[in-house]
Design a protein around this ligand. Structure first.
Ligand code: PRP
Length: 208
């Protein structure tokens, strides 16, 4: 049996639909349930709900063989796993955003609020721009509005949150989408089962 780690939320709903399409059905599952582990009806897969930012560590340490997680989380946490497949859903982008009147020339050091300190640090380091990172855990758009930071680094999907809070994208960092990650040992010991799943998912969407 394969264990798969999923973060609750939109990526999980789409993943479950894709698994259902390849005949791995979690009939007991409902989005309202508080249960954290589900088996599929043919006992081929165990579904484990973890916090999205913990999917990587569950797969890295072998508690789960597979995981579905956003490329944003992979870039931030850099788990030691194989990134096997771009699942092509959950598309959004990493961007730097700021109030409309932001002028970078007027700062010696830019204060950057973000849930993704490693991604932000790497991005500005590459450009040679001095920054101070302010790590926050959500509603990042608030930080420049309240004077906590000058800009934000965050994921942008529809752009609605930025727009409704008077912020604009000033730089795009990279595209993001959901990825299938695999434990390095599991790929050897459960190779056939894992490749069967990848092949089946692949015929539904694209590979990396
Ligand atoms: C994410 C992200 C943005 C928003 C972008 O936040 O951090 O705030 O979604 O989506 P949009 O471009 O479609 O408006 P999330 O909903 O995960 O909540 P959080 O800010 O509390 O982390």
């Amino acid at each position: 049996m394969l264990n798969i780690a999923l973060g609750k939320g939109r990526l999980a709903e789409i993943t479950l639909k894709k698994l259902n399409d390849i005949d791995i059905k979690f009939t007991e599952y409902s989005s309202k349930s508080r249960k954290l582990i589900f088996n599929d009806e043919n006992h081929r897969m165990k579904l484990v709900f973890v916090k999205a930012s913990d999917v990587g560590i569950y797969v890295e340490r072998g508690a789960c063989d597979l995981g579905v997680v956003g490329k944003d989380t992979i870039m931030e946490n850099e788990p030691d796993v194989y990134e096997m497949m771009d699942l092509k859903f959950g598309r959004c982008k990493f961007a730097v955003a700021a109030p409309i009147d932001f002028n970078k020339e007027s700062y010696e050091k830019i204060r950057v609020a973000t849930k993704y300190p490693n991604v932000a640090k790497k991005h500005f380091e590459k450009k040679g721009v001095p920054i101070e990172i302010i790590k926050i855990n959500g509603s990042v758009e608030l930080a420049p509005l309240m004077g906590l930071a000058d800009v934000i680094v965050d994921i942008v999907e529809t752009g609605t949150t930025l727009k409704e809070n008077g912020l604009v994208v000033i730089e795009e960092i990279s595209q993001v989408s959901a990825r299938l990650i695999v434990n390095k040992v599991s790929l050897k010991t459960k190779r056939d089962e894992i490749l069967t799943i990848i092949k089946a998912l692949n015929s539904e969407g694209g590979a990396l």
